[in-house]
Ligand binder design. Structure first.
Ligand code: ZN
Length: 170
């Protein structure tokens, strides 16, 4: 569930319901005189592609033994989504992405996170895989969906993948 505040995170006062302009009734701290809007996490999800039209698929043992996905991770406070996408590629794969292209946002209801999608191009090379991932592979882009989580409204990886396929016109 998104974090909906009952008590002020700063001073502990019980929040009251107050109209916040066009945003409607919102929890408000009368002591700090500020609204506490519900909060949620921001994540990045990154499709990494090489010059042979292969993409990176990774298995995360804590998510599934069967299915692979794109790399993803939580953004850090103060970080741009673009910097976060490059950092995840560096941390999880040991790859430097010279540039990343924004593909849009996707709501992931299971963890109430807003996923920011990216495509990053690099040259084919070996990985330095993070402990978080069990296996990482370059997979020919047209074959990728058969290894990925099935289609669902929450499946941001397939949404980014479709954008990539439309652009690359494979
Ligand atoms: Zn307060």
């Amino acid at each position: 569930m998104p974090m909906v505040y009952t008590y002020c995170p700063t001073c502990g006062t019980k929040l009251i319901a107050k109209a916040a302009g066009d945003d409607g009734t919102t929890p408000y701290c009368p002591v700090c005189q500020r609204f506490w809007f519900p909060t949620f996490a921001d994540c990045v999800i990154v499709l990494v592609a090489n010059e042979f039209n292969e993409i990176v698929l990774a298995k995360m043992p804590y998510l599934s033994q069967q299915y692979a996905s794109l790399i993803s991770g939580y953004m850090q406070p103060g970080e741009t989504a673009e910097a976060s996408a490059k950092r995840e590629a560096q941390e999880e794969l040991g790859l430097v992405l010279p540039a990343v292209q924004y593909t849009g946002t996707y709501w992931f209801g299971k963890t109430d996170a807003l996923m920011h999608g990216f495509i990053g191009q690099t040259t084919k090379q070996a990985f330095k895989v993070s402990d978080e991932l069990s296996t990482v592979q370059w997979v020919p882009a047209p074959e990728a969906p058969k290894y990925m989580f099935p289609e669902s409204p929450d499946n941001a990886a397939l949404a980014v993948y479709r954008t990539f396929m439309q652009q690359s016109k494979i």
